[in-house]
Design a binder for this molecule. Structure first.
Ligand SMILES: [Zn+2]
Length: 150
């Protein structure tokens, strides 16, 4: 799945990019947490006076296993993160104490690969306890688990 944004030769101003991320993305990472996904990724590159920022938005749903009944559980996600984009030779100029995360690129980079960032932030966006609301667990799965645990 292509999660790359070409940044070479971008003019000053705002440049929106968007693409979809589905289950195959997480398969490629051999994720044992996320089994399926339907996510919209929106990246807004803003270039201004040699500075570049990236506002990343990840919205949609991912499917994970419920911790209690092990059936599929769909979790809505809405992650918004601002990043500073820096090239390694200028990395020292990263603003001290800036709250934005930094995406560091080689000087020769002509694109930003968002794959790892998307993967990390989806996982960070998941709740620690992944369970269906009380009473909504799959009753069949619960029965079967009860048998196994006997
Ligand atoms: Zn459940």
């Amino acid at each position: 799945m292509n999660c790359k944004i070409g940044i070479r030769g971008l003019s000053n101003g705002e440049h929106p990019f968007s693409f979809k991320v589905d289950g195959s993305f997480f398969e490629a990472y051999e994720s044992d947490t996320v089994s399926d996904a339907d996510l919209d990724v929106n990246a807004l590159i803003t270039k201004e006076n040699g500075r570049m920022t990236l506002d990343l938005g990840i919205t949609g749903e991912v499917t994970v296993k419920c911790d209690r009944c092990l059936a599929d559980l769909r979790i809505p996600l809405d992650v918004q993160m601002p990043f500073q984009v820096m090239f390694s030779s200028y990395a020292d100029e990263a603003e001290e104490g800036a709250s934005d995360e930094v995406i560091l690129l080689d000087n020769s980079s002509s694109e930003i690969d968002l794959s790892q960032i998307i993967y990390d932030y989806v996982n960070l966006g998941l709740p620690i306890k992944k369970v269906h609301p009380e009473g909504e667990c799959d009753p069949e799965m619960m029965e079967r688990l009860k048998d196994i645990l006997k």
